[in-house]
Design a protein around this ligand. Structure first.
Ligand SMILES: Nc1ncnc2c1ncn2[C@@H]1O[C@H](COP(=O)(O)OP(=O)(O)OP(=O)(O)O)[C@@H](O)[C@H]1O
Ligand SMILES: [Mg+2]
Length: 266
């Protein structure tokens, strides 16, 4: 890996809420095509890290440098969520956020909209380019929904999907914005073990297929260790360990944080 592959460099990121430091001096580098796990006990600060990376929270201090597909560098710590999405960072939420009263298909189309090439003028006059775009939208929506095996549900309202499928739709929607960095916050929460296993395989497949960089928050230690090349462990807002799954599994600080090795090996 060299400097060209660098996607994200985070340096000493901190944030406090009313005097309480939720995240302290979080640093990491993510490279093109990596699948990295972010783990840690409840309240460790994992979602807060995502909220800073995705422009929802402004860090109290620290730097977030993001390199987009064209190689331009952005100081992401000061960019609002809509713009963050446009530069190529997409995320899903621990508590699903969909347009619940829109159809499955429309949830995807809204996200695709932000990645369109043609502008409003073309749309008004229905120029040739727009028609090509419209065809592209239909095709891409079909592909994304098929990938997650929810293509047959495309006319259903998002709120009528079973929970596991809503989670899949949320990931599909994140992909529709054409990201190069995808942040997944407990994507398998609420799924049964079989669905979870399938989803993890799919996440790996997506990374391989679309050459994405993925940062994954996941509670199931066994699963996250099975699919990630690297892991970072947060505890009380600080990184207490980072390394390969093998290294993390043996790390005394990690074992202590999880109150015994059971949670890790089991
Ligand atoms: N907007 C906020 N205002 C005040 N405190 C907050 C806010 N957001 C997060 N926190 C606090 O920051 C800490 C980290 O929370 P966070 O949600 O990031 O943890 P987490 O690692 O994602 O936990 P979980 O595994 O339960 O999802 C917690 O103590 C939480 O209460
Ligand atoms: Mg969380």
């Amino acid at each position: 890996m060299d400097g060209h592959d660098l996607r994200l460099r985070v340096q000493d990121l901190s944030i406090e809420f009313g005097g309480l430091k939720a995240v302290s001096d979080f640093s990491c580098e993510l490279y093109q095509g990596e699948l990295v796990g972010l783990i840690g006990p409840n309240g460790a600060g994992k979602t807060t890290v995502f909220n800073m990376l995705s422009g929802i929270y402004v860090p109290s201090s620290g730097e977030i440098e993001f390199r987009d597909r064209k190689g331009s560098t952005h100081h992401a710590g000061k960019i609002n969520p809509a713009k963050i999405n446009r530069i190529g960072i997409a995320r899903t939420f621990q508590n699903i956020r969909l347009f619940s009263n829109l159809s499955v298909e429309d949830n995807i189309r809204i996200a695709l909209h932000s990645s369109r090439n043609s502008g409003p003028v073309d749309a008004l006059f229905r120029l040739k380019r727009f028609r090509a775009d419209e065809q592209r939208m239909i095709a891409v929506t079909h592909e994304l929904l098929s990938l997650f095996n929810i293509e047959t549900k495309k006319y259903e309202l998002a709120c009528n999907l079973p929970y596991g499928e809503q989670r899949k739709l949320e990931i599909a929607r994140a992909l529709a914005s054409n990201p190069c960095l995808l942040l997944l916050d407990e994507p398998a929460a609420g799924m049964n073990p079989q669905e979870t296993e399938n989803l993890m395989k799919l996440i790996r497949f997506i990374r391989n297929e679309f050459h994405l960089t993925i940062l994954l928050i996941e509670h199931d230690m066994r699963l996250v260790m099975g699919i990630c090349e690297r892991l970072m462990v947060l505890d009380y807002g600080r990184i207490i360990a980072a390394g390969t799954p093998e290294q993390i599994q043996k790390d005394p600080a990690v074992i202590k944080a999880y109150l015994g090795s059971e949670a890790i090996n089991g």
